[in-house]
Design a protein around this ligand. Structure first.
Ligand SMILES: [Zn+2]
Length: 275
């Protein structure tokens, strides 16, 4: 190879690398981890902020995280706890041993029960700050990613109704995470003047019969509905009536029990399901 050719090759190489770096397309990725009967949702924001919403019922969480994160990554910036039921928080106990967690966001519901205290003690032992969020509060996690606290009740007897409900906006796309909300709180939200419209919806309470009312779905207008649910569970989730209501709302339904972990990506315009 002549000297001239070598110089041209080096120049092209530098040009290629810098264009890859400069024109890297940013995206917001949402992974609904297949943790069986429970919820665990990993959000990877465009600038690298990592948020885990709930941790599923057991240590399967760690396997699933290992499948979607590079092996060297053991940092979660924010852990969001929707509510204090085992199928949402038990997996977090081992996560706190293995991952560096920046902060916990949750409602001000502080139940006097065993599981809550175990988790609280662990967070205190690890010096992880807990932020108690309020309905109507909004968080700018990154320049183009904001989250609105749609509901964060703390005094319902049914823990499901104390679920932290968050709506994320990323440019023209949105995501609504509903925890295990029931129609009781959905009705309140329908009557509120909050903008619930979201093209990607985490269906409430694993597709329970007592959630996803037609009025609520009309207000959300989801294009894609994800149900996090385990095969052959004891709760009749998802219930055929809830599935019928979701179908009637014209959203495409995806179940983790059929697809495994569901990985969605938005570059700001539309949600795409990754292979
Ligand atoms: Zn649940």
């Amino acid at each position: 190879m002549t000297k001239k050719l070598i110089i041209i090759s080096i120049f092209c190489g530098i040009l290629f690398l810098s264009s890859t770096f400069l024109f890297k397309i940013e995206s917001f990725r949402v992974d609904f981890l297949d943790v069986g009967q429970g919820d665990a949702i990993l959000l990877n924001l465009p600038q690298g902020t990592r948020i885990l919403v709930d941790g599923g019922p057991d240590n399967l969480l760690l396997n699933r995280l290992g499948e979607v994160l590079p092996w060297w990554e053991h940092k979660i910036d924010y852990v969001v706890i929707s509510h204090y039921h085992a199928d949402h928080i038990l997996g977090l106990l081992e996560l706190l041993n293995k991952y560096e967690v920046g902060e916990v966001l949750t409602t001000s519901h502080q139940p006097d029960d065993f599981l809550y205290h175990i988790l609280l003690d662990k967070l205190k032992a690890k010096n992880i700050p807990i932020v108690f969020v309020q309905t109507g509060q909004s968080f700018d996690f990154e320049k183009n990613v904001a989250a609105l606290v749609v509901s964060a009740e703390n005094n319902n007897e049914d823990y499901n109704n104390n679920s932290l409900v968050l709506k994320f906006n990323y440019l023209q796309t949105s995501l609504l995470l509903t925890g295990d909300l029931t129609t009781e709180i959905e009705d309140k939200l329908v009557k509120s003047d909050l903008n619930l419209q979201a093209d990607l919806l985490k269906v409430a309470h694993h597709g329970s019969r007592y959630a996803s009312s037609p009025e609520f779905l009309k207000k959300v207008q989801p294009k894609f509905c994800v149900i996090s649910v385990g095969k052959d569970n004891d709760f009749q989730h998802p219930h055929p009536e809830a599935l019928a209501r979701l179908s009637a709302s014209a959203c495409q339904i995806y179940l983790t029990q059929d697809f495994g972990t569901l990985r969605w990506q938005s570059e700001g315009f539309v949600w795409n399901l990754l292979d």
